[in-house]
Structures are given as structure tokens and as C-alpha cells.
Design a protein. Sequence first.
Length: 209
Amino acid sequence: MNKSINEFMEKQIEQSIEVKQAIISNKGLMSLIEEISVKAVELYEKGNKVMLAGNGGSAADAQHIAGELVSRFYFDRPGLPSIALTTDTSILTAIGNDYGYDRLFSRQIQANGVEGDMFIGISTSGNSANVIKALEECKNKNIITVGFTGESGGKMAALCDYCIKIPSNETPRIQESHILVGHIICSIIEEAIFGQGFNTPLVFASQES
């Protein structure tokens, strides 16, 4: 293999590891991920749901996370209600045609979201207009809002109840960490509700004496 290509690949991997190490080192960020997970467990126990949305790669991440919740993650268990607002082409094209692209997600939240649900908006820049409008609609309906963004948080940071700001400004590194955080949240939810993955019960920091 060409050495320069090998070095290029190694650099990409090293950069990804560095971002994940920065997440581990950020105790506030780690606590925030736990707090979001606790909120998700509580809303599921009350019969609510999680909705997700994003654009491009972030749309794929929204669908990925919804799939982990509805189907399964580490072990077999009942499905958990979760909707990716990026998948129904008839709904998307109808809203886009009638109201514009910026309303793609807010209109669906208006139609399907209820108080006590959670919406996870994913945007590496934190400035996606349709995600921002979705967050604004969530405020009208008392829906818990979570943002997955890059380091700056963008305009989304001020609109979210919780904002996961990945410590990077590079889109690929941010996206890699978004799905990592999504996986962590899915695994905590699954374990906390169904409790089959570990030998001992999962204990949140708020429960520790």
C-alpha cells in the first residue's frame, strides 16, 4: 500500500480517537449524556416516544437511532416507540411542496408530537433551519428537546433543553461521535428498562449515595 495513503488513513483514525477522548475527559458532557438517558427512560415509562430528525448524514443517524430503539440493540426485548421524521417521502414532499423545506419536521411534530415526548435534532453546524423550526414547535407542545451539534452548538444550543456539543469542528468527526452518543443512549435506555445486559443493575449518578 502506498505509504502516503496509509498515513492519511491513520491520521483520520487518530483524529476520531482524539475527539472521543475529549468526550471522555469532559465530565460535564458525560453527565449531560446520562441526564438525557434518564429523561428518555422516564418518558418511555410514561408511555411517550422519541422523535428524531436531521439532514443528509444526520438524517441517516436519526433513522439509525430510531431503528435501534424500535427493533433491538444488545438483546431481545419489546420495541420502544421512536420515529425518524426523515423517512416518509409522501409526507416530506407534501410538506415541502405546500409549506417549504424549512417546515419538514415542525409540521410532523405538530401532527404527531405530544407533551412529554422527546425530540432529538441532529445538525453538525447547529444551524439547520428545519431542525430549528422543529425545536421551536417542540416548545409550543412541551416536548423535551435534545440537540446533537458540533462544538459551537450554533443557533440550536439556545433552543434545546439539552445540547450535546461534540468537541470538534470537522463534520466527519462530529458525525462519528453523534452515532456513538446515540448508541450509548440507546444502550442505557435498553438496560435501564429491561435490565438483561449486565450482571448488576444499572445505577445512575443521581441514585448513588
